[in-house]
Design a protein around this ligand. Structure first.
Ligand code: ADP
Ligand code: ZN
Length: 608
């Protein structure tokens, strides 16, 4: 009895210490659910399995127990490129952290081991390869270990999408440290992968924490692709200096788009597997430091980056499946601030993706991929809440619309397209079904191009019949007619448009045609914000705080978000603290950072 009382009391003391660390070291006023329960479990010595979406705040779940419990917290992390940033960020907050991996020189590695042995470290990040070396385990045996965290735990499972053979051996570790809590964390694991992780890591009676997949701060939007480079340009322009990622299907497309953005004055770079490792690392780092604003990439980009302030992800082309769409869009808004996921959708892309899939060698796998492709098409063509559709795909049904996707914000309308459809179908008929989309639109709108002159099409009765309707609208209508089978594109003949028998009722029998109003325009205005973050902050002060942050980051050779996150700068730009005490109230300002940077930020805030 007495001893269990003592245990309860000491857990209470630990919990109080955890809250103090949260406030003083990290500068946050409260835990987010279920961080408190996880921290409590680890402090009590329980194993935990944590599945929470990106940006939910998994790191604190092991960092705080590692700081509070006696000894060093060991963190297994698969990506060497991320360890340094995470350790830098901890050090900024005054936490004694280090990493141990193959990137260290011999003397550096020895120094880290020395610090470990003399109890100088709260946290040690280590690669799975290093951790499994006998010699390293001998070092561990001699010290006090606070907890063992296995980050990106899905890597241990062959069912997961990123299996790492080095992870499998981690299962042996549990038995070697019987009295130390293990915590496994991941953002992506379906039911089967979850079971597999628990089994392989041999967690003991773990508490399981599974949060939903929803990322409420990401706004999902799908628009019909129409002159995509202009759509993209107007979208990124509306984002001023904010960082973003644009995904394209092919290397060539990546290069074209990046080039266009650079010519238009953006700090953009192309990223794909054809670049050397050095170039790729350089681009990642510049992006991390906000020197490059936009990375245009094939899917290869994103694995090794952990940038919290990516404000948007654009799919310039159709992603292959819902899983990759979710993962890629998930790189936006890790810091919880409002972010956007924009997809430019064209049925024409389906053909391209299908061909890429069918080029795969394993016929069975191809069938699976084709089925997955149809799910992302269904998502793109849906006229119901995007988030509900997305979450339903992951088995998380919801009966409420989200209010933060294009469909919810701007519910689909339909219009009577009969007259316009007749005009354009008759034009195609009179052009003897021998011309492609562009020429048809030129004739309908009465645009006097060379080609029009050459064929004498300006003498046609219907020339200019639709001059009051924009190019985009005609293109969108033609795409709808193609999609619905009124027209075919003759690929063997320069994509000439051909009428199908479906047009007969429309052209001869007086049938009407009601179509959904196409979404072509990329909404660029700032709508009411959702998903956290101060809604009313001073934009120009935010920009000034941002440039101070950049300056400090350069001086200290760390990414800007390590100094303060966007969330914190926006908090300052909203509450405009004028004293040290008031600054400490802003979320993300801990005592260490107050000491280091407080005066400089206060003086920018106080500038007239
Ligand atoms: P994950 O690993 O789940 O993707 P992180 O641990 O990187 O998420 O946390 C995402 C962001 O949320 C970080 O900027 C982190 O500092 C912030 N954060 C985490 N917990 C809290 C909290 N309790 N209060 C405020 N911000 C938090
Ligand atoms: Zn919605």
């Amino acid at each position: 009895m007495a001893s269990s009382d003592r245990l309860v009391r000491s857990l209470e003391v630990d919990l109080a210490a955890a809250r103090t660390v949260l406030r003083d070291v990290f500068g946050y006023s409260s835990f987010r659910a279920p961080q408190d329960q996880i921290v409590e479990s680890v402090l009590a010595g329980r194993d935990c399995f944590v599945l929470m979406p990106t940006g939910a705040g998994k790191s604190l779940c092991f960092q705080i127990p590692a700081i509070v419990r006696p000894g060093t917290g060991i963190v297994v992390s698969p990506l060497i490129s991320l360890m340094k940033d995470q350790v830098d960020a901890l050090k900024q907050n005054g936490v004694r952290a280090a990493f141990f991996n193959s990137s260290l020189s011999h003397p550096e590695a020895n120094r880290v081991l020395g610090d470990l042995q003399s109890g100088q470290l709260d946290l040690l990040y280590v690669s799975p390869e290093r951790l499994m070396i006998q010699e390293f385990q001998r070092h561990l045996a001699g010290i006090s270990v606070a907890c063992v965290a296995i980050d990106e735990a899905h890597c241990v499972s062959q069912w997961g999408h990123d299996f790492r053979p080095e992870y499998v051996q981690l299962g042996n570790l549990r038995a070697k440290f019987p009295s130390i809590p293990f915590i496994a964390l991941t953002a992506t694991a379906d039911a089967q992968t979850r079971k597999d992780i628990l089994m392989r890591l041999q967690l003991q009676d773990p508490r399981i924490f599974v949060s939903g997949f929803d990322r409420p701060n990401i706004r999902y939007t799908v628009v019909q692709k129409s002159r995509p480079i202009h759509q993209l340009e107007s979208f990124v322009r509306s984002k001023s200096n904010e960082p973003g990622i644009v995904y394209c299907l092919s290397r060539r497309r990546v290069e074209e788009v990046a080039e266009h953005l650079v010519e238009s004055g953006f700090r953009a770079a192309a990223y794909h597997a054809g670049l050397g490792a050095g170039d790729r690392a350089r681009i990642q780092e510049s992006f991390q430091k906000d020197d490059i604003q936009i990375v245009v990439a094939t899917v290869a980009f994103g694995m090794g980056i952990d940038k919290p302030n990516v404000r948007y992800v654009v799919h310039y082309d159709l992603p292959w499946n819902v899983e990759s769409y979710y993962q890629e869009t998930g790189r936006a808004g890790r810091d919880g601030l409002p972010s956007e996921a924009l997809m430019l959708y064209s049925p024409g892309d389906i053909r391209i993706v299908r061909k890429l899939i069918e080029a795969g060698e394993n016929a069975e796998q191809n069938q699976i991929e084709l089925k997955k492709l149809s799910s992302i098409i269904a998502f793109a063509e849906a006229d119901t809440c995007r988030r509900r559709k997305l979450l339903a795909y992951f088995g998380e049904g919801s009966t409420e619309d989200c209010g933060n996707c294009d469909v919810c914000l701007d519910s689909p309308t339909s219009y009577d397209a009969t007259e316009d459809a007749r005009t354009v179908l008759l034009t195609i008929y009179h052009l003897k079904q021998r011309f492609g989309i562009k020429h048809v639109v030129d004739v309908v709108r009465g645009t006097p191009t060379d080609r029009v002159g050459q064929f004498g099409h300006d003498r046609m009765e219907l020339f200019g019949a639709g001059k009051n309707t924009s190019v985009e609208q005609w293109m969108a209508l033609l795409r709808q007619l193609l999609q619905r089978g009124y027209l075919l594109q003759d690929e063997a003949n320069f994509n000439a448009l051909k009428l199908t028998p479906l047009t007969r009722p429309l052209l001869r029998d007086g049938a009407t045609l009601i179509l959904p109003t196409p979404r072509v325009r990329v909404r660029t205005e700032r709508k009411k914000k959702k998903g956290g973050g101060p809604a009313d902050y001073d934009d120009s002060l935010f920009e000034r705080l941002r440039s101070l942050r950049r300056k400090i980051a350069e001086e200290e050779g760390v990414p800007p978000y390590v100094v303060f996150g966007d969330q914190t700068l926006k908090g300052m730009a909203a509450s405009k603290p004028r004293t040290r005490e008031a600054l400490l109230e802003v979320s993300g300002v801990g005592s260490r950072k107050l000491e280091r940077y407080g005066e400089r930020f206060l003086s920018v805030i106080k500038e007239p």
